[in-house]
Design a protein around this ligand. Structure first.
Ligand code: FNR
Length: 368
């Protein structure tokens, strides 16, 4: 269908389900085991209600936001997701172009289907990319990769810490058993880890907080840990000098029945605040199940002025890239930006700085 008929982020998902090969659709869409976490990531947002403020002048609304020092047109970013070529021949490069042209930051996966050089080359002038790192067992590889990311102009390093073991993604595994992988070229399948089976073969299972400290010392870029799932670990990340965390369960693809990140966020911030641990410049990002402008506003409201918040989306951009490439990615961003603007007006806020806990009711989420 023509892009003009696409109304929301779910439409891209539906179209992707129809046009992708079974193998690619299963790989993109699956979660681990019973997919409880994957569903809850999404449902958790429905347990937060707004408390709209009326009679506010909302003629002009501003969706711009600062993410790790970079100005962006919106408070969300493209999260790292492997193997964009399964959906579109231009792979991560069309995502880079689409995101960059819309003023959106792209986080690039260690398992991208294009090389980091190609994706950096596709980055439009003035736009921002971050690099997502899977920690290799060979520390020289890690150091070299960090240098490569720095030299290619990446602005931050996100170390993924929720994948010491690959999640048990049965739909994906079943497909892998029943179909061979000839359609993926050698280089692609090795680099991109085209299925979960190939993915974490070299990820260091011994990685601990000391290693995160090492990574901080090996790069001049800000280091954030992606895949934090409890407040104790946010505190550790603060203590060892990380610039931030991403509360994430990998889109429900790793440990099933781990909690929705938005719930972890709502629980953690008051605890860290009470302990005097939270610096308002510390970054607490969140991803998983975000599909609407309302979801994004809720996450920002939970963070309020206690920390810096941004929101990541994974699958939506793989789906928007599928078939449509750069244009689909731009359309997905435009849809979300328009939703944000409309929702801000109806909520009674004109800039994202105004969002705080008074804008939402989280009692159904946290029981408090
Ligand atoms: C991912 N994600 C991911 N994360 C990461 O750190 N490195 C990676 O290579 C990948 N690869 C990847 C592939 C696919 C197909 C998916 C769906 C996800 C996780 C991703 O960054 C993010 O945490 C989730 O996708 C967020 O959930 P939603 O937005 O997909 O619901």
């Amino acid at each position: 269908p023509s892009l003009s008929r696409i109304q929301n982020i779910y439409d891209f998902e539906y179209i992707a389900s129809r046009v992708l090969s079974d193998q690619a659709w299963n790989y993109y869409s699956c979660g681990a085991e019973d997919e409880i976490t994957m569903r809850e990531n999404h449902y958790a947002y429905q347990r937060i209600y707004f408390r709209p403020r009326c009679c506010v002048n909302v003629q002009d609304v501003d969706t711009t936001h600062e993410l790790l020092g970079s100005k962006a047109s919106v408070p969300f970013y493209v999260s790292a997701a492997a193997s964009a070529k399964l959906g579109h021949d231009d792979g991560e490069c069309s995502i880079a172009r689409g995101a960059g042209k819309e003023g959106v930051v792209q986080m690039i996966s260690s398992f991208s289907s294009n090389s980091l050089e190609e994706i950096a080359e596709a980055r439009p002038e003035g736009s921002t990319q971050w690099f997502q790192l899977y920690v290799n067992e060979d520390k020289n590889v890690v150091k070299k990769t960090l240098k490569r990311a720095e030299n290619l102009g990446m602005k931050a390093i996100f170390v993924t810490v929720d994948a010491a073991n690959r999640g048990n993604r049965e739909k994906d595994i079943r497909q892998r058993i029943t179909e061979d992988h000839d359609e993926l070229d050698e280089d692609h399948s090795v680099r991109a880890g085209s299925t979960s089976g190939a993915m974490p073969s070299f990820i260091d299972k011994r990685m601990d907080w000391n290693e995160i400290k090492d990574i901080i010392s090996w790069t001049h870029l800000p280091v954030l840990v992606k895949g934090v799932q409890r407040h104790e670990d946010i505190e550790k990340a603060i203590d060892i000098g990380c610039q931030g965390v991403v509360l994430s369960n990998h889109g429900g693809r790793q440990l099933d029945t781990s909690p929705p990140p938005i719930e972890v966020m709502a629980e953690s911030i008051p605890i860290l605040k009470a302990k005097g641990k939270l610096d308002p410049n510390f970054n607490i990002f969140v991803d998983g199940g975000v599909r609407r402008g309302t979801d994004i506003l809720k996450a920002l409201a939970i963070g309020g002025k206690d920390c810096k918040v941004a929101v990541g989306l994974g699958r939506p951009f793989l789906y928007a890239n599928t078939g449509y490439g750069e244009k689909g990615v731009r359309k997905a961003i435009q849809i979300l930006r328009e939703e944000l603007k409309a929702d801000m007006r109806m909520l009674g806020v004109t800039s994202l700085d105004e969002l705080d806990e008074s804008c939402i009711d989280t009692r159904r989420l946290t029981g408090r």
